[in-house]
Every structure is written in C-alpha cells, then in structure tokens.
Design a protein. Structure first.
Length: 176
C-alpha cells in the first residue's frame, strides 16, 4: 500500500482581492521580476487584480484551488507567466473557459524561446493567447486583458483610451 504524504500547511501565497477582474499567476517567485509589470499596468488602468505564485508541477492542487477561488470572486481573465516547460498557462486554460494569456519567461537555456514554443503548442480546444517573451509580454498581457474587459465595461474602455492617449503624447515628434 502506497501512502500519500500528508500535505504540510503552506504559508499564504496570495493576499485576496475582494473582486479581482484579472488573476495573475506565475510558476515561481523568480518570475515576479517580469510579472510585476502586468500587475503594475493593470493598477495604472484601475483594474483590480490578484497575484499569486503557484506551480503547475510543484503545487498543482494549490493552483486548482486558487483558480476556482479567484474565478468565483469575479476574475474574467487570467494571465499566467512561466518559463522552461511553461505548462502553467495551459493548465490554467484547462481549468477555466475564461481567456488565458501566457507570458513566456526568459530562460538561461534558450532565452525564452523554449517557454514561447511550449505555450503556443497547445492542443486544439485549450487556447492560450501567448504574448512576447519577458517584460513586453507582461505589459501587453495586461493591456490585452483590459481590452477584453473593456468590451463590456465603459469605465475600463475609457481607462484604456486614456492610457493610449498618454502613450502617444509621450512619443516626441522630433528627437531631442
């Protein structure tokens, strides 16, 4: 008879947001350096989000619980950042019919190409929208999440419009 080990009580890995519209998850703490740009962009747009660290391989039960919980509290979109095997976005997409945007992390072995290829090779029926490797992908995942949410929310639509106007104004007409 094989005994299952008794799970140890883990430290709290996330602080719960009352009504998050976007769930941001990453496979390890080291991904936060990049994924914080997704959270920061959503914050600038006034979109409530919840950030967590859950590994598809090392903490699968915790991941399942978090996805169900954050979805029940209002999440309409998920952003998942992962490197190497980059299974996290696909696992999240398998758990929810909501849009999932994948952010490939840069890796030492192939610079993130391995992560990118893992994410885009999802089987038919489990879609993951995959963005660029690294910081640009995290920012764009947040902006794409905002665009999806803006379809049914005028306040978010105005926030996205304002962001784009400010972004345009920040580009000089002539070099300085």
């Amino acid at each position: 008879m094989v005994r299952k080990p008794t799970p140890k009580k883990s430290r709290r890995t996330t602080s719960k947001t009352k009504n998050p519209l976007v769930g941001i998850v990453m496979g390890s703490q080291s991904d936060w350096e990049i994924m914080r740009h997704a959270a920061d962009t959503l914050k600038k747009l006034g979109i409530p989000n919840e950030v967590a660290v859950h590994s598809a391989h090392r903490t699968p039960e915790r991941l399942v619980t978090w996805v169900k919980d954050v979805e029940e509290r209002g999440a309409k979109v998920f952003i998942a950042g992962a490197g190497m095997a980059a299974a996290l976005p696909g696992v999240v997409a398998a758990m929810t019919p909501k849009p999932v945007f994948g952010c490939p992390m840069e890796t030492r072995v192939m610079g993130g190409i391995d992560s990118l290829l893992s994410m885009v090779q999802m089987p038919g029926g489990i879609p993951v929208g995959v963005l660029a490797i690294g910081r640009a992908g995290a920012v764009n995942a947040a902006l794409l999440s905002a665009a999806v949410l803006a379809i049914g929310d005028e306040k978010i639509a105005k926030s996205v419009d304002k962001f784009r106007i400010q972004q345009t104004k920040a580009v000089p007409i002539k070099p300085k």
